[in-house]
Write a protein that binds this ligand. Structure first.
Ligand code: GDD
Ligand code: MG
Length: 341
């Protein structure tokens, strides 16, 4: 049976003013009635069961996680407490150490899922997983690849190698290339985006840590307690830079499942349900002769009149307005605010 590690320790400011350091994206209800963490849990429950899902995140999120998880039927001891944020490689190592102590073996398939994106087509996701399980038999570390539609620089790029019947060997993994490279990759048609979901046999990943991140591997040998104690001295490194770029035996399974990382207000507009005037409206909104707008608010009535293609995000203490298509610039707003404070 598959074990799942959900990574829920990331911050994220690209959805300011809704996401803050105190309220990261994974806990927000961005696409419907459930938070991104909750939809991730719901996707995994039929696959891994109550016992098979662990959520790795810092202690400060404990009550938030317990509350959101039990709300979708996941109860019990599910939270693997991370002493502090050290990025995804140490988080995955800690999760693995925990699973091994709870009875996983080197052969156990482990699925690592981020909690910051949505997958609309669940069936396509399950089909991709089945193919991924086949690739595991060859000792591969499996990634899931999304056909890119823009030269995004916030994703990893995977160059497809030999076709293995439903999945491919990976001939190159490039984490977050610059814009020039990203454009070349998209144009070439040979690259996929890394969806941030990984599947591997526990033992294969442990061996990869030994090979590429020996400092972390060494600490893992002492088990979960030792990891917790030594955690703060570990290098802060993502699994993508630390292992996936370097590992020789990586596979990619195409994931055509309406994946979106909801990484920006523009992405949320794209993904959202449009009304007859192409508006995506959440909250108490009146849109008069207005089109192509995203409005997100729940505090008070918001009225648009005669405007088009705007992003409007209203919270108790901050209001963000920008033309649609420019939401990446929110990070400039955030850094200016940081300088000011
Ligand atoms: N527990 C824990 N601890 N979780 C973490 C930490 C940490 O220190 N840092 C990040 N995470 C969680 C985030 O909450 C998110 O769910 C997931 O791990 C991925 O981390 P991100 O920080 O969001 O990574 P990214 O978006 O920059 O890049 C990754 O995802 C892209 C797709 O969304 C990479 O895998 C890229 O290659 C990929 O394209
Ligand atoms: Mg992300």
């Amino acid at each position: 049976e598959i074990k799942a590690l959900i990574l829920a320790g990331g911050g994220g400011t690209r959805l300011w003013p809704l996401s803050r350091e105190e309220v990261p994206k994974q806990f927000l209800k961005l696409a419907g009635d459930y938070s991104l963490l909750q939809t991730t849990i719901k996707r995994l429950l039929p696959l891994c069961g109550q016992e098979g899902i662990k959520i790795v995140a810092g202690e400060r999120w404990d009550s938030q996680i317990a509350y959101q998880a039990s709300d979708v039927g996941l109860k019990g001891n599910i939270h693997v407490l991370e002493p502090e944020g050290r990025n995804t490689a140490p988080a995955i190592a800690l999760g693995l150490a925990h699973l091994m102590e709870k009875g996983a073996t080197r052969e156990t398939p482990v699925l690592v899922c981020p909690s910051d994106h949505i997958i609309q087509n669940e069936k396509a996701f399950h089909d991709a997983l089945k193919l991924g399980l086949l690739a595991l038999e060859e000792g591969k570390l499996v990634t899931f690849g999304i056909v890119p539609d823009a030269p995004e620089t916030g994703f990893g790029y995977i160059k497809k190698g030999e076709d293995r019947g439903g999945w491919n060997d990976v001939s190159q993994f490039v984490e977050k290339p610059d814009l020039k490279k990203a454009k070349e990759y998209v144009q070439s048609g040979q690259y996929l985006w890394n969806g941030g979901i990984f599947l591997f046999r526990a033992g294969d990943m442990i061996d990869s840590f030994k090979e590429h991140l020996p400092e972390i591997a060494k600490l893992m040998e002492g088990g979960e307690m030792a990891m917790v104690e030594g955690f703060k001295d570990l290098p802060s490194v993502s699994i993508d830079y630390g292992i996936m770029e370097k590992a020789p035996s990586v596979a990619v399974v195409p994931l055509d499942a309406c994946w979106s990382d909801l990484g920006s207000w523009d992405a949320i507009y794209q993904q959202g349900e449009k009304d007859g005037n192409r508006n995506v409206l959440k909250g108490d909104v009146l849109a008069d002769r207005s089109e192509g707008c995203l409005v997100q608010g729940d505090r008070r009535l918001i009225a648009l009149s005669g405007v088009s293609d705007l992003l409007v995000v209203d919270t108790a203490d901050a209001l963000y307005i920008a033309p649609r298509g420019t939401s990446q610039s929110v990070k400039d707003v955030v850094s200016t605010l940081k300088e000011r404070s």
